[in-house]
Design a protein. Structure first.
Length: 454
């Protein structure tokens, strides 16, 4: 029965995605017209996602995946051009699972099941192991980990050594952060590294709800926040995918001798989801605090299926899904606009060389989608193909977008290169040179897109 439902919904989704009415509702039709005006071409690539993730299962942790630090090579700038200004938009570093509630609820069901005799042999083993693990994570939900602090020190160090011209002489920075403790500590770690490296470094810093419209427009604390509703098509498609990809009853049966106990006291799906979050987050915790990796709890196939389901749901929120209301993406036009406005002002004044923003994945990811960085702007009609184009493992802990500006004494044209997680990013614009774009062309194109969603 599930298969017939899935086929029916998938067909309906494909039909919906091809109608001009659906495109108009999501704003994709207008976006396509603007892109055609600027000669933008679709440059998305299809990944072999399953193969990638089976080689590195921690990738299935998506938002818990650790920043790769894979030392990519940089394309040399055109002759005579040197970097002089950097604008940075970055997610906080590695953290514990998002809330205390995740750790506490999983512990509560295991303890209660143990006391009630509802655990089988594997369940009792899981209970004992979790009890040993729990003190390392108790009351740490959402906190930045030591690994998270180390990530930002390293990212700042790489920036300093990759673009030394920006830091010659006195270097002044403007810094903004969301008021969440893990983000504030992220900001501190980044700045602390620059201060050690550059003795002439100075900065002004601010944080608070006032800045959320240009730091995290989709954050619930934003004074102008409006919840974007989930469309019926998204809800139905997600339900069909969950029926196909997830088996919480089978998962819970491996540990409990009474799954009705789990369902009535917590919920089988919640227990499976909670265990996944806890185990995937272990990569973010120092090795001394998490010697047990719990790597025998899920099969690789289960982890991949759970990732695919979550990835699809993420795409319908943070990507340009043809069956969704895309305002969670277009809201981040405000972030990009503020980056560009500040860049023009700082370049004109010549005073500020670094503009640093520290925020969350819920700001970095939709900004990447709005800009169509790499594959993030892809419009994918088949829900089962989303995994091969739009991938949430590419928004790891400490993910960031860096806008590197170049100029030459022999030309008035300013060039820009965009780095995504340290790699030269692909943009939907014509290149002046490989990986380098005209700042004027960049501004013209993105201001046009921003004006369309204003």
């Amino acid at each position: 029965m599930h298969k017939s439902i899935i086929n029916h919904i998938s067909a309906a989704v494909a039909t919906l995605a091809l109608t001009s009415t659906a495109l108009a509702q999501t704003g994709l039709e207008k976006r396509a017209a603007i892109e055609a005006e600027f000669g933008v071409k679709d440059a998305v690539v299809r990944y072999d996602t399953r193969a990638d993730m089976m080689k590195e299962l921690y990738r299935t942790g998506a938002e818990y995946y650790m920043y790769p630090f894979d030392n990519p090579e940089m394309t040399p700038a055109p002759k005579g051009y040197k970097p002089f200004y950097i604008s940075y938009l970055g997610r906080h570093g590695a953290r514990f699972a998002i809330s205390d509630d995740i750790y506490e609820k999983v512990r509560e069901i295991l303890v209660n099941a143990h006391e009630a005799g509802k655990l089988n042999g594997k369940g009792e083993d899981l209970y004992r192991r979790y009890e040993a693990f729990y003190p390392h994570v108790a009351f740490r939900g959402g906190d930045l980990t030591i690994k998270g602090q180390e990530q930002l020190h390293k990212i700042a160090n790489i920036m300093y050594h990759d673009f030394p011209e920006v830091f010659k002489g006195k270097t002044e920075a403007t810094v903004l952060s969301t008021p969440v403790p893990r983000v504030l500590l992220t900001m501190h770690s980044f700045i602390d590294e620059i201060r050690v490296l550059d003795r002439d470094f100075s900065y002004s810093v601010d944080a608070g709800r006032k800045f959320l419209p240009v730091l995290e427009p989709n954050g619930s604390k934003n004074p102008f926040y409006e919840k974007v509703p989930r469309t019926k098509a998204v809800a139905e498609t997600a339900a069909a995918m969950q029926a196909k990809l997830a088996d919480p009853e089978g998962f819970c049966s491996r540990f409990f001798n009474d799954i009705d106990f789990v369902e009535s006291s917590y919920g089988m799906w919640k227990f499976e989801s909670g265990m996944r979050s806890i185990i995937m987050d272990i990569q973010c915790i120092g090795d001394d605090a998490a010697t047990d990796k719990f790597d025998d709890i899920f099969t690789p196939e289960e982890l991949f299926n759970l990732w695919e389901l979550r990835n699809f749901n993420g795409y319908t929120i943070w990507g340009f899904s043809p069956i969704a209301d895309n305002r969670s993406v277009t809201n981040n036009a405000a972030v990009l606009k503020d980056i560009m406005v500040n860049a023009d002002r700082n370049i004109a004044s010549g005073k500020v060389r670094l503009d640093l923003r520290f925020t969350h994945d819920t700001a970095v990811l939709p900004t990447a989608s709005f800009m169509r960085i790499n594959n993030f702007g892809a419009v994918i009609s088949d829900p089962h193909e989303v995994k091969n184009y739009w991938r949430s493992d590419q928004i790891p802990m400490a993910s960031n977008i860096q806008f590197i500006f170049y100029r030459s004494r022999k030309s008035s044209e300013i060039l820009i290169k965009v780095l995504y997680n340290g790699h030269e990013a692909s943009l939907p614009l014509a290149e002046v040179a490989p990986s380098y774009y005209s700042w004027n062309a960049f501004r013209d194109f993105y201001y046009k897109l921003i004006e369309d969603v204003k």
